[in-house]
Design a protein around this ligand. Structure first.
Ligand SMILES: [Zn+2]
Length: 350
């Protein structure tokens, strides 16, 4: 019964990695957690594929390499999205819904790690031209935009380089608002996350994080952060990285019940409107019984078992994320001033 229900849902996974350097064929069944046959089997309607740029040195060569890699990965994502009758590049919320109705898998490009800007905000416009709908401001390691939850000592990171967002990071948030690009706070230091929540004209989201009250890991959000998400209308997309679900756990020791525990916690504390799913497949995500995209119905079945009704499942599996995309589109269609202090001042259209 829940298989039928699942088949009818528009399901969106908000964080999946792509192979790099390019290798596995997305259109054929292979060893990865996500490929087109697995998405079809799991009735996953849309995926945010991340152009992930690891944190490196922030010198001239490092900045150039980060920019080149980010743009090349976005080209690779565009190639995955361009198979007629199979996939489509979704630039707007309406495109995702239209793809679902047409039986196509919608692909939503994203950038993971603002270091891909190489310190140059004009790259944001190029990312937007590729259809990028969110950028994760940092990965592990501080960058030019913000402090990360996990500093990289090898790169000489201090505990807190910027005390949250840098001046450039504040400018980046404002420009992302203008471009309709969501601000992803997964990987951010708490200080940076709280500042981004206050600054952004569009509600922020964590595309792949879990609940710190259930698993004390720096990548997870604590109760204060969850309460902020409720206040501003933001989102936490529960991820499937074993060590974020349960301390030091391995995938085999976990199941969809552990994912549902984190969803339950968020739903009970701040409401169903603020939670979703971002697997981090092919980036470390996966639990026993849900090791690849083909098993997505297993999570729906567990949520049904716990009493989530049709409307709740629609919200969790995609409706909440679509709401944020639409808010971002509305903000992008407005006139926004970014002050020299990086504060965004929104002036709605006349
Ligand atoms: Zn990540």
């Amino acid at each position: 019964m829940s298989a039928d229900l699942h088949a009818d849902l528009l399901t969106i996974d908000t964080h999946v990695d792509i192979p790099w350097p390019p290798g596995a064929d997305f259109f054929a069944a292979g060893p990865r957690n996500v490929d087109l046959p697995k998405l079809r089997a799991g009735r996953v309607g849309a995926v945010c594929f991340a152009a992930y740029v690891p944190q490196g040195k922030r010198d001239e060569a490092g900045n150039k390499a980060a920019q080149d890699r980010g743009l090349a990965m976005l080209e690779a994502i565009a190639a995955m999205a361009g198979r007629q009758g199979e996939t489509v590049l979704a630039r707007k919320a309406a495109d995702i819904e239209a793809a679902h109705k047409a039986g196509l898998v919608a692909i939503i490009p994203a950038v993971e790690n603002g270091t891909a800007l190489g310190g140059d905000l004009s790259l944001l416009d190029r990312f937007a031209a590729h259809g990028v709908r969110y950028m994760t401001l940092t990965h592990n390691g501080h960058n030019a935009l913000a402090d990360a939850a996990i500093p990289l000592r090898d790169l000489g990171d201090n505990t807190a380089e910027h005390g949250g967002l840098s001046a450039l990071g504040r400018q980046a948030v404002g420009r992302m608002n203008q471009l309709g690009m969501l601000v992803d706070v997964s990987h951010l230091a708490k200080s940076a996350m709280l500042q981004a929540a206050d600054l952004s004209a569009t509600p922020i989201l964590a595309t792949h994080s879990c609940v710190r009250a259930l698993c004390d890991h720096p990548r997870n959000l604590d109760d204060e952060q969850l309460d902020v998400l409720r206040r501003i209308g933001g989102l936490i997309q529960i991820t499937m990285v074993p060590g974020f679900l349960r301390p030091k756990a391995r995938a085999e020791a976990l199941s969809v019940r552990d994912i549902a525990d984190h969803i339950d916690y968020v739903a009970q504390r701040i409401g169903i409107a603020h939670v979703g799913i971002g697997s981090d497949f092919d980036g470390g995500g996966g639990v026993s019984g849900f090791m690849d995209a083909s098993s997505a119905p297993a999570l729906t079945a567990e949520l049904v078992r716990r009493g989530y009704d049709d409307a709740a499942l629609r919200s969790i599996w995609g409706g909440n994320f679509l709401r944020l995309l639409r808010q971002a589109e509305a903000v992008a269609g407005s006139s926004i001033n970014i002050g020299l202090d990086g504060v965004t001042r929104l002036q709605p259209n006349q």
